[in-house]
Design a protein around this ligand. Structure first.
Ligand code: 13P
Length: 249
């Protein structure tokens, strides 16, 4: 059985006060759910989030990390620094990291390796641009992103990998992929993993969809066979919306 996961990527939103408020609202509203729930606040608020959520089922993830152990990397944060404050999950490869901070497949591969070496769980993001889809290259683009950063891993590492398909044209645009488009891509990804590894590995990996998921469309998207949850941006900044999405399972 695969895990259903709903993760809120807060991006560069919420200062310390807003982080505390949103977390207390989430704690208040959170009931047992069929999905594992995570939030990813910005670096400076991870420690507070981790403390506030320690006794709850909501987990805290980082939005990024560096691949080096330590050293002269001004402005960066290491895996060990995250683990010390109770953050054992990291989002890697988000399209905003790829686009604005030039993270390419090779950098991401190094980050993946470091996170796994530190026994962290990875939520690995990938997805095509609108041009790729319009020119019918979306499968190829996604395949390249996954292969280059993940397919060197031994199958034993895949228990710590969660995949997140986020078509760039659907992020923050209000234009979500249709449930059929999401299912088609997720099934394709699962097939790729099955061909590279085996059916056990491909059936076990959770594949999340991200891109304009809202309470209004979550149930239909999550209802698809190969969609195992969501990576939520804007709608995760409001406790009621985020909870409604979690309860869509
Ligand atoms: P939106 O839900 O705001 O489209 O963002 C999706 C996303 O980028 C999550 O990582």
């Amino acid at each position: 059985m695969r895990k259903n996961i709903v993760a809120g990527n807060w991006k560069m939103n919420n200062d310390l006060a807003a982080t505390k408020t949103l977390i207390s609202e989430l704690i208040e509203l959170n009931k047992t759910s069929d999905a594992e729930v995570m939030i990813a606040p910005t670096f400076v608020n991870l420690m507070e989030a981790s403390k506030l959520l320690r006794e709850t089922s909501i987990r805290v993830a980082s939005q990024n990390m560096h691949y080096a152990e330590s050293g002269a990397f001004t402005g960066e944060v290491s895996a060990k620094m995250l683990k010390v404050i109770g953050v054992n999950t990291v989002i890697l490869g988000h399209s905003e990291r790829r686009e604005y901070f030039y993270e390419d497949d090779l950098i991401l591969k190094q980050k993946v390796d470091k996170a796994l070496q530190e026994s962290m769980e990875i939520i690995f993001c990938f997805g095509e641009q609108l041009d790729d889809r319009n020119s019918d290259h979306h499968f190829k683009v996604v395949e390249r992103q996954i292969k280059n950063a993940l397919f060197h891993l031994p199958s034993s590492s895949w228990k710590s990998v969660v995949l997140a398909y986020e078509p760039v044209w659907a992020i923050g645009t209000g234009q979500t992929a249709s449930p059929e488009q999401a299912q088609e891509m997720h099934a394709y990804i699962r097939k790729l993993v099955g061909e590279r590894y085996d059916i056990t590995t491909s059936e076990k990996v959770s594949i999340l969809y991200g891109g304009s998921v809202k309470p209004e469309n979550a149930e239909e998207i999550f209802g698809k066979l190969d969609v195992d949850g969501g990576l939520i941006g804007g709608a995760a900044l409001d406790a009621k919306s985020f909870m409604a999405i979690i309860n869509s399972f």
